[in-house]
Write a protein that binds this ligand. Structure first.
Ligand SMILES: Cc1cc2nc3c(=O)[nH]c(=O)nc-3n(C[C@H](O)[C@H](O)[C@H](O)COP(=O)(O)OP(=O)(O)OC[C@H]3O[C@@H](n4cnc5c(N)ncnc54)[C@H](O)[C@@H]3O)c2cc1C
Length: 398
């Protein structure tokens, strides 16, 4: 078993680390770097994106021919981890959710026409995208509760219904929406593409949340007759759930990669602090109970990144890696909490202030146990897989 990174992955990882240290982390302390929703301001973002792209650190999960980095998921893992050592990182390198997951699924399943019209501009960074699945009174953990409908017209489809928590919707131009096309249990949902300028849909509100927001916020949206031409059906009628599964495995895992970086950064801030801060005649770092906190947070980060890397490797072998992704998602979400909470605690009152980015991370981290599948649902999936597979659950190999 060899955990060595490929030369290419190691080179890009190192370049991202240098970029994050030199260009991004210093900006975090300056209030002028932020927009009104606690994200990087758009002017600064445009400049930094240009720099990242010029250095070949752009859309790493896309093929080189499309302008991306052409890396496998196992190669992406250490790179995304480095990116999110800064809270500004992923969006600068065009590796933030939901664009990251949308690009990957479109590259995998879209027609050439759909790729040219809907995918390429996301890769180029000229538009943002959104993925609309969750509903206020319906689909959340359980997609069978999807009530938004797509009904046939002479030229395509007409959408009616309501979605919410749609990340980026206020700024996005390219949307993927999941809607019901029949009552069939497995084949009842379909996926469609649409452009924000099309009539027949609107933003009801940008939902206020406890944490900082992605550009375009998290929105509730209403469909009241959005017309979608047949060309913009993704895959086949009835493949909505399949598309969601294809998208969500890698998308969940890239969350884990980014969150691992965020967790590591929180711990870096804490370990710097405890080396210098003294109490009761010793540096904090020399108190055994402090060592216990830091040691277990570091250990949990490492457990999470090993699970992430294993799932990435399985996905690279062509496996859906469902149980591996579920395990990584639960463990990394908890490791992120643990690490950020530990950092906040060890910084004392300073940790509760806005003098460091730890309080930003603390508010952000709470969503990790909810988005892309609540931890309880992933545990349910794991238990059901164990019942079905028995000893094969623990089999080695691809
Ligand atoms: C910041 C943020 C961004 C998001 N972005 C998007 C987006 O871009 N697009 C999109 O479509 N959605 C998005 N979502 C929605 C997200 O995917 C859902 O919130 C998530 O799938 C959970 O669904 P729900 O909120 O309806 O919770 P519910 O399904 O109502 O579940 C509520 C709680 O019940 C428990 N629970 C549910 N089922 C089970 C079970 N079987 N066993 C045990 N416990 C269970 C869990 O504790 C769960 O947290 C976002 C959410 C947030 C918070």
């Amino acid at each position: 078993m060899d955990f060595t990174l490929s030369d290419k992955a190691e080179r890009i990882r190192g370049a991202i680390r240098n970029f994050v240290d030199a260009r991004l982390i210093p900006l975090e302390q300056d209030r002028a770097s932020y927009d009104a929703h606690e994200n990087i301001n758009l002017g600064l973002l445009a400049e930094l994106r240009q720099e990242a792209r010029a250095q070949g650190l752009w859309a790493l999960n896309m093929p080189i021919a499309r302008g991306g980095g052409g890396l496998s998921l196992s190669e992406i893992a250490p790179c995304y981890e480095e990116m999110n050592r800064s809270i500004f990182g992923p969006v600068v390198f065009n590796a933030a959710a939901p664009d990251d997951g949308n690009m990957r699924v479109l590259e995998q399943v879209a027609t050439e026409h759909q790729k040219r019209v809907f995918l390429q501009p996301i890769v180029d960074g000229t538009v943002q995208s959104a993925f609309a699945m969750t509903e206020p009174e319906g689909c959340g953990s359980d997609p069978s509760l999807t009530y938004t409908t797509a009904t046939r017209t002479n030229t395509g489809w007409k959408i009616h219904g309501r979605k919410w928590f749609i990340t980026g919707a206020e700024a996005a131009k390219h949307f993927i929406v999941i809607a019901r096309t029949s009552d069939d249990e497995r084949k009842g949902l379909s996926a469609f593409l649409f452009h924000a300028d099309q009539p027949g849909w609107s933003i009801v509100r940008r939902i206020p949340i406890m944490g900082p927001e992605e550009h375009g916020g998290h929105c509730e949206i209403l469909f009241d007759g959005l017309e979608i031409p047949e060309d913009n059906l993704l895959m086949n009628v009835g493949d909505g759930l399949k598309l969601t599964q294809i998208r969500l495995g890698p998308a969940r895992l890239t969350h884990c990669m980014r969150w691992t970086g965020l967790a590591r950064r929180a711990l870096e801030i804490a370990t710097d602090h405890i080396e210098t801060r003294a109490s009761f005649g010793a540096r904090l770092a020399d108190h055994e109970s402090v060592q216990g906190l830091v040691g277990s947070a570091a250990m949990e980060i490492q457990i999470g990144r090993l699970l992430t890397m294993h799932a990435a490797w399985k996905l690279d072998q062509g496996d859906f890696a469902r149980k591996e992704v579920s395990m990584a998602k639960v463990v990394v979400a908890d490791a992120l909490h643990k690490s950020v909470d530990t950092a906040l605690q060890l910084l004392g009152a300073r940790g509760y202030s806005k003098d460091t980015v730890v309080e930003w991370m603390y508010r952000y981290a709470r969503q990790a146990r909810l988005v892309d599948g609540a931890s309880e649902v992933h545990r349910m999936v794991l238990a059901n897989t164990l019942r079905r597979e028995g000893t094969a659950f623990f089999a080695w190999g691809a």
